[in-house]
Design a protein around this ligand. Structure first.
Ligand code: FAD
Length: 319
C-alpha cells in the first residue's frame, strides 16, 4: 500500500501543534505516493483530539483509548498493531521527546528503517529525507532504499493544517498486553518556571548575553509584562542559571514559531537561529551592526538595549 500513517501527539491534556504540522507533512507525502493519510490518536481524551486533528486532507482517524498519559509500551504496541492492520507505506511521528521515545522501538519491532528529524520529504518511487546539521548551515539528503520506512519530523518545519476535514473517526481495538507495560507515568513535577511552554507562545521577547547581568532581567520582565509577551533567551542566559532551561531557544533548546520574536542583545549564532528562524516577524535590538541577527531581522533598532527597552516600556504603558 502507498498510504501514510501519522501519529498525533498530546501532552497534559492538550493536542500539540506538531500534530497539525504532521497532517500537512503527511498529506503532502500521501499526495506523492498516491495514497491515503491515516492519523492515529492514542490515549487521553481521544475523541476530543481526533476532532481537533480532523483537518482537510485527512482520510481516516484511528483512536486507541488506553490510559490518560503517554506510555512508551502502550504507544509501541498500539502503533505496531495499527501499522500491521493498515499496512501503510510510511509511518510518521513527531521528532519530539515522546516521538523519539517510541519511534525507534516501533521501527525495530516492525523491521522498518528509521530516519529522524526530517525537514523535508520527497517521494518519487523512493523516499528522500532531508535533514539539517550545524543549525541549518548544512543539509543532508538520505535516500531510503527500502519500500517502507518510519520517519520522525521536526516540529515547526511544516505549516499547521487548516480547514475542517470530514475523515471517519474509528476506534481501533488494540490488544495491549499489560504484562509488557514496564513503565507508567505517575505524575508530573514542574521545573522552576516550567509552566511556560515557549514553543506555544505567539509573542516572545528573548534576551541574550547583551543583558550583561542577571539583575538586568527585571528590566526585560517589565517590557514582557507591558506587552503581554513571554520571556525566552539564548543559551548563555540559561548556562548562567539566570533562567530555567525551558526558556532556551535554539538547537539545544526549543524550536519556536511565534508571530513576533524580539531578540534583545542576541547576536544570532547559528545554534540560536536554528530555534527561531520560523518566527513570522523578527525584531532585533543590538548595538553591533555586523551581528548576524540582522540577516534575519525584519525590523530592528541598532542601539543600546538599556536605552531602547525603557523607551519601549514607556511606549507600551508599563510602570
Ligand atoms: P553573544 O553571541 O555574546 O551576543 C550578545 C549580543 O549582544 C552581541 O551581538 C552584542 O552586540 C549584543 N549586545 C551587547 N551589549 C548590548 C547592549 N547594551 N545593547 C544591545 N545589544 C548588545 N545558543 C543558543 O542560543 N541556543 C542553543 O540552543 C544553543 N545550542 C548550542 C549547541 C551547541 C552544540 C553549541 C556549540 C552552541 C550552542 N549555542 C546555543 C551557543 C551559541 O553558539 C552562541 O554562543 C549563543 O547563541 C550566543 O548567545 P548570545 O547571542 O546571547 O550571546
Amino acid at each position: 500500500m502507498s498510504d501514510v500513517l501519522a501519529i498525533a501527539e498530546h501532552r497534559r491534556g492538550e493536542l500539540r501543534d506538531v500534530s497539525l504540522e504532521m497532517v500537512t507533512a503527511g498529506r503532502d507525502l500521501a499526495d506523492q505516493t498516491g495514497g491515503d493519510l491515516h492519523l492515529a490518536v492514542i490515549s487521553g481524551d481521544v475523541d476530543d483530539y481526533a476532532t481537533q486533528v480532523n483537518r482537510e486532507g485527512v482520510d481516516a482517524i484511528h483512536t486507541v483509548e488506553y490510559g490518560e498519559e503517554f506510555n512508551h509500551d502502550v504507544y509501541t504496541q498500539a502503533i505496531e498493531q495499527l501499522y500491521a492492520d493498515l499496512d501503510p507505506q510510511y509511518l510518521l511521528a513527531p521528532n519530539s521527546v515522546n516521538g523519539m521515545d517510541y519511534a525507534p522501538a516501533v521501527a525495530e519491532g516492525l523491521s522498518l528503517p528509521l530516519v529522524t528529524d526530517a525537514v523535508d520529504l520527497e517521494e518519487d518511487g523512493g523516499l528522500t529525507v532531508t535533514r539539517e546539521q550545524y543549525g541549518g548551515k548544512v543539509e543532508t539528503t538520505i535516500d531510503v532504499e527500502e519500500d517502507h520506512a518510519a520517519v520522525t519530523i521536526r516540529p515547526a518545519e511544516w505549516a499547521q493544517a487548516e480547514g475542517d476535514g470530514d475523515a471517519d473517526i474509528e476506534a481501533f481495538d488494540a490488544d495491549i498486553d499489560e504484562s509488557e507495560i514496564q513503565s507508567t507515568v505517575t505524575g508530573f513535577e514542574e521545573v522552576a518556571g516550567g509552566d511556560v511552554d515557549i514553543s506555544e507562545a505567539d509573542f516572545l521577547i528573548s534576551i541574550g548575553r547583551g543583558i550583561d547581568e542577571e539583575e538586568n532581567i527585571t528590566l526585560i520582565e517589565a517590557l514582557v509584562e507591558a506587552t503581554d509577551a513571554t520571556l525566552s533567551s539564548s543559551r548563555p542566559i540559561v548556562d548562567n542559571g539566570w533562567l530555567p532551561a525551558n526558556r532556551q531557544v535554539g538547537q539545544s533548546g526549543k524550536v519556536v514559531t511565534p508571530d513576533v520574536y524580539i531578540a534583545i542583545g542576541i547576536s544570532g549564532a547559528v545554534q540560536h537561529v536554528a530555534g527561531m528562524k520560523g518566527a513570522d516577524t523578527i525584531v532585533a535590538i543590538n548595538t553591533d551592526p555586523n551581528a548576524p541577527i540582522w540577516d534575519l531581522a525584519d525590523y530592528g533598532i541598532e542601539d543600546d538595549l538599556f536605552e531602547v527597552v525603557p523607551a519601549l516600556i514607556e511606549e507600551f504603558g508599563g510602570d
